[in-house]
Structures are given as structure tokens and as C-alpha cells.
Ligand binder design. Structure first.
Ligand code: F6R
Length: 613
């Protein structure tokens, strides 16, 4: 939800800002803008649409300055338009602000500022920040303009309510950029004689991997020479830089047409990297005296979207391997339902970004209820990792495509690893059982690499069905959430209507939507439920469906007798099969969307990180 970038150094900031915005475009892409301090005034360029449009406009207008801010927007307050695009300014046009998040009290602040004579140009909540800084500046005196601006920003932040991160700059002080973080992400990149402010690390990863992760309530003052961080009381705090191990290449397309396709292909590596630390991390987490997770009896899993589907699979793992009662909630629902307080309860929050507002809200509620909290997350230092007592990191590298793929499979195996380590620690699994499950888990990255070979077959069969306007996905047991995920992936990027169902459920209603030629994708690896899936295929076929069976070599022949097409994935153990099955659906969604000419990495109306409720 909106991406912020700031550059200060000795070079022209514009190419850094545009490049950074391209890396942040996954956060929002309905309009974009930059502002640079140029010869004592602010030069601002904004445009509706993607960063490419802004780039064209910037080439024509050619702003130039060593200090600048940029923004890519996902509209919340006010439609996507030139006026509502960031950066926003005060009345003088000398103070500029870029912002991610929501200023909840912007209406009373706007009324107050308008009564004081401030003139607003946009419908956004952001603009109040610029005017409030302007107002506060008038009442502050200090030894230098730099200090005055800093104090005005501090006072402004004090008056704002909501979850936000913003960057601010004043034409009179072109040697500094100020950043403020409060419950929305903001990181600082420390370079040589140049420094960066951004919503996410990939925005500047090409130039530096030395990062300062700010805490909520902190303000940072960037100059070309360095970054000073201040707490809410205005006192300087020392923040240790962290060296990021992400490789710049993982944040680039690497020859693939889309990030989504590249990220599907990243999966063997992402899983291997995630598993590399799993044993040590889970043993450490389970041994934490303060957390005492071994005594856990009940688990609430909370997540949104794709992460929610991973959590649904995690429930099977936790109940089966760890022997605990587990329930799964959409994070946005968990926040508002009555949950009885209970001892020995753990809330597991699953999130790629670690900044999803609904998930953060659910974790806050879990804390109020006295539950222990564990995050399964991909982003170091994100809000979720700070809100939970323990963290297990998936090591997928940056996931840029809006449609999540490698984060999903990494989340599944993290939950599997957690469940078997917990099962071993609590005595629910014997040593022998644990060893078998662990060995199967460790063999999975290789099986995932083998599964990727199905792309050609999937690509070929989508030719037949891509124009359908309704798709049905069926699965059972651990493949039921995979069916939900297949449908979500497809509708997200192809805009076609798609629904996932538990196969046993279709006869209770959904079968009525099946018509002649409706593509029904049935997840039917050879296992104890295979015969039930054969019946589901027959029921659908009898209603005219075009049945595509996703099966394993052992089930191929029988599946062929009840389906029109088959996708053959390798056979894994029953509980790990979802990881292989979902790859076929990721390719399926990709190729349907590609044939329809959709904007695969940045589908309409969506953004990668949903930082608003
Ligand atoms: C779907 C997708 C979303 C996210 C959801 C949660 O492809 O990416 O459904 O899974 O918005 O995001 P995180 O995992 O960042 O909390």
C-alpha cells in the first residue's frame, strides 16, 4: 500500500528515485510522483498510472537535485488523479511530504488548518501533514533552519493519529530528509556519501545492503553523511545497522517475462534456504523459557489471503503431528470475534510481508488475550516480527509479484517443520516417526525442482480453457486449501471467476454452477482419498464439465479414465503433496492470465502489502 523512496547524496536524485519506485511498484501502482530540491525551490513531477508514465514525464521536465522524495500510490483517500498523487505540499509549495498509511484524524486536522487559512489542493489525508508542518514551523524558533524543520516534524507527528510512515523535505534545507515511522514500514539504506529512505529494502538494494530498521515512533534525519535516529522524546537513539543477505538478483526478473514466473521457479531454492535454518530455529524457539511453547495445547492461526491458505494446511499439521487443537481465522475476522481467554494458547501469525494491517490487528488482540505469539514471516524487522514473542523466518528473498507463490510454499513447509518439532518436543511423535517426517521434508526441494518440469504441459492445456469465464477447483483434506489457493491465484491475475471447494461439498450446492465445458480442476494425488476424487470427477463430468485432473504417476491411468486432461506431478508423502500440487495451479493461473494479456505482476485493484484495514 504505497511505496516511499528518498535519496540524499552528491548525485542527481532523480534516477535513484525512479529506479526505487520501480522496485516498490508492487506496493501500489495507480499514480506516482517525485519531488527534488532544485536551486532553492521544489520541483515536483507527478502522473497518473504506473511509474513508467512518471519516468516519461520526468524525462521531459528534467528535474535535478541531490535530495529528493518519491512515491507510488495505492489510493485510499481520493481517486487516482494528478492532484491526489504524492508528493504533497504545503501552501508555499516548499515543504513536500510522501506518505504510506492512513492519518485517521485528518478531517479534524484539515478543518483546523483550513480555519487558519491553509489552502488544500487534494482530497488526500497526506496533505494535512505538509500543512501541519508549515503551521508548526511558524511557532518554532531554533538555531538553524535544519533544527527548526526537525522540531516542526516532531511536533507534527505528535498530532497525527493512525498507522503511517512519511518522508518530509523542505526547499530551505536541501541537505536533509526526514523520515517518520509509526506502524507502517520505513527503512534506511546507508551508502557511501549517500543515503536512502524507503518502504522496503529492494528499493535501494542495488546501492547498499547496510540497513537501519526503524522502530515505531522513531524519526530519522538523513544527510549525505549519515542518518541520526530519534525517539519520541526527541533524544537520539543508537540503531545498529543490519547487513541484508538478500542478493540484488533475487529482486530482478532474471530473464523471465514476469516476476511471478521467476518466483515460481525460485521455489526449490526458497524452500532449501528456509529449511536450512529450520532445525536450529525451531529448537531455539521451543526452548525459549519465556515462551514455553512445548506446553501449548491450543493454537490459533491467523493470516490473510494466500497466507491464510497456508495456515489452513498448517492446521492439519499441528493437529496431526503436534497433537494440539488448532483453528484458523482470517485475521480480519479474528479481531472482531469473541475468543475465550485460555491458558497455554499460542497464536501463529503467517505473513509474507509482516505488515498486513489485519494480521497485525489480530496479533494485537492475541496479546490482549494473553496468548503467546509466533510469527512466520519473510521480512526481517517488519511490524509483525516485533509484535510477536518469537519469529521463524521463511527465507524466500523478496517476493515482488503481487500474486504470492514462493512465500506460500515456504509458509507451508515452515508450519510442517514447526508441527514436527513441536510433536517431537511434546512427545506426540516418537523418535522414529519424527525422523521419517524430517527426512521427507528435507527431500522436498528436489521434488519441487522436478515438479517445475510440468510448465510446458500446463501451458499447453490452458490453450483449451483460458477463455472460460468460470473455473472450479476441487480438493480434499490437505489439498482443499490448495484448491482455494488455485482459485485465488487464478482470479487475482486473470480476473476470471474462480472458486475452490472441498470436493465432498460440491453436491451440497456448488455443482449447480457446472455447465457444459466448465473447467473443473481436480486435485487427486494417489492417496487414501483417491477413490472419492474419482467419484467427484465423474459427478462433474456427468454435468458436462471439462475435467482436468492433477494427479501423480501412480494415479495417472485411473485419473485418465474420468478426466479430459491430466497434469502429472511427482508423488510426495500425503502431507507434503500440497507443495507439489500447488505448483501446477500457479502455472495454470500464470498461463491463463498470460493468454488473456493481463498485467500479471501488477493486477488491477491490488497491492502487495495491504497496510490498511
Ligand atoms: C495473494 C496474496 C495476498 C496475500 C495477503 C497477505 O496472492 O498475495 O492474498 O497473501 O494479502 O499478505 P501477507 O502474507 O504479506 O500478510
Amino acid at each position: 500500500m504505497c511505496g516511499i523512496i528518498g535519496y540524499i547524496g552528491s548525485k542527481n536524485s532523480v534516477p535513484f528515485l525512479i529506479e526505487g519506485l520501480k522496485k516498490l511498484e508492487y506496493r501500489g501502482y495507480d499514480s506516482a510522483g517525485i519531488a527534488v530540491a532544485e536551486d532553492g525551490h521544489i520541483h515536483r513531477v507527478r502522473s497518473v498510472g504506473k511509474v513508467a508514465e512518471l519516468e516519461k514525464a520526468a524525462l521531459l521536465e528534467a528535474p535535478r537535485g541531490n535530495c529528493g522524495l518519491g512515491h507510488t500510490r495505492w489510493a485510499t483517500h481520493g481517486k487516482p488523479s494528478q492532484e491526489n498523487s504524492h508528493p504533497h505540499t504545503d501552501c508555499s509549495g516548499d515543504i513536500v511530504v510522501v506518505h504510506n498509511g492512513i492519518i485517521e484524524n485528518y478531517l479534524p486536522l484539515k478543518d483546523k488548518l483550513q480555519a487558519l487559512g491553509h489552502k488544500f489542493q487534494s482530497e488526500t489525508d497526506t496533505e494535512v501533514i505538509a500543512h501541519l508542518i508549515e503551521e508548526n514551523l511558524q511557532h518554532i524558533s531554533a538555531a538553524s533552519d535544519e533544527e527548526r524543520f526537525f522540531l516542526a516534524v516532531m511536533k507534527t507527528s505528535d498530532e497525527l493519529q493512525g498507522a503511517f510512515a512519511y518522508g518530509a523535505m523542505w526547499a530551505k534545507t536541501p541537505g536533509q530528509i526526514i523520515g517518520v515511522k509509526n506502524q507502517s514500514p520505513l527503512v534506511v539504506g546507508l551508502g557511501e556519501g549517500e543515503n536512502f529512505l524507503a518502504s522496503d529494502v529492494p528499493a535501494f538494494l542495488k546501492y547498499t545492503s547496510k540497513v537501519l530498521f526503524l522502530e515505531d515512533g522513531q524519526t530519522v534525519v538523513l544527510t549525505p553523511q549519515g542518518a541520526k535516529v530519534y525517539g519520541m522524546d526527541g533524544q537520539e537513539v543508537k540503531v545498529k545497522p543490519v547487513k541484508i543477505s538478500w542478493d540484488q538478483k533475487t529482486a530482478e526478473k532474471g530473464g523471465y517475462d514476469h516476476f511471478m514466473l521467476k518466483e515460481i521457479y525460485d521455489q526449490p531454492q526458497a524452500l532449501e534456504d528456509t529449511l536450512r535454518t529450520a532445525e536450529a530455529d525451531f529448537i531455539r524457539i521451543l526452548n525459549l523459557k519465556t515462551e514455553d511453547l512445548r506446553r501449548i495445547k491450543n493454537v490459533y492461526l491467523v493470516a490473510c489471503g494466500t497466507a491464510y491458505h497456508a495456515a489452513l494446511i498448517g492446521k492439519y499439521y499441528l493437529e496431526n503431528f503436534a497433537g494440539v487443537t488448532a483453528s484458523v481465522d482470517l485475521a480480519s475476522e479474528f479481531k472482531y470475534r469473541t475468543i475465550p481467554p485460555a491458558k497455554d494458547t499460542l497464536c501463529i501469525a503467517v505473513s509474507q510481508s509482516g505488515e498486513t494491517a489485519d494480521t497485525l490487528g489480530a496479533v494485537k488482540k492475541a496479546k490482549e488475550l494473553g496468548f503467546k505469539r509466533l510469527a512466520i514471516c519473510n521480512v526481517l524487522g517488519s511490524g509483525l516480527t516485533r509484535a510477536c514473542g518469537s519469529v521463524f523466518y521463511t527465507h524466500c528473498g523478496p517476493e515482488i509479484s503481487v500474486a504470492s507463490t514462493k512465500a506460500f510454499t515456504s509458509q507451508i513447509i515452515s508450519l510442517y517443520a514447526l508441527a514436527i518439532f513441536l510433536g517431537q518436543a511434546s512427545g506426540n511423535l516418537s523418535r522414529g516417526q519424527f525422523n521419517t517426517l524430517y527426512k521427507e521434508l528435507m527431500a522436498l526441494p528436489k521434488a519441487v525442482a522436478d515438479t517445475l518440469k510440468i510448465e510446458y504441459d500446463v501451458r499447453h492445456l490452458t490453450k483449451k480453457v483460458y477463455k472460460a469465464n468460470r473455473f472450479i477447483f476441487l480438493g480434499r483434506n490437505v489439498d482443499y486449501p490448495v484448491a482455494l489457493e488455485g482459485a485465488l491465484k487464478l482470479k487475482e491475475i486473470s480476473y476470471s471467476s474462480a472458486e475452490g471447494f472441498a470436493a465432498g461439498e460440491i453436491k451440497h450446492g456448488p455443482i449447480s454452477v457446472i455447465d457444459k465445458g466448465t473447467p473443473v480442476i481436480v486435485l487427486m494425488p494417489k492417496n487414501h482419498l483417491f477413490d472419492k476424487m474419482l467419484s467427484a470427477c465423474q459427478e462433474c463430468r456427468a454435468r458436462g464439465a471439462f475435467v482436468i485432473a492433477v494427479t501423480t504417476p501412480q494415479g495417472q491411468e485411473e485419473a485418465a479414465s474420468v478426466s479430459d486432461k491430466q497434469i502429472i506431478v511427482p508423488q510426495a508423502s500425503e502431507y507434503l503433496q500440497p507443495v507439489l500440487d500447488v505448483i501446477s495451479l500457479q502455472f495454470f493461473a500464470y498461463w491463463v492470465a498470460k493468454r488473456l494479456g493481463r498485467d500479471i505482476d501488477q493486477p488491477r485493484n491490488l497491492a502487495k502489502s495491504v497496510t490498511v484495514e
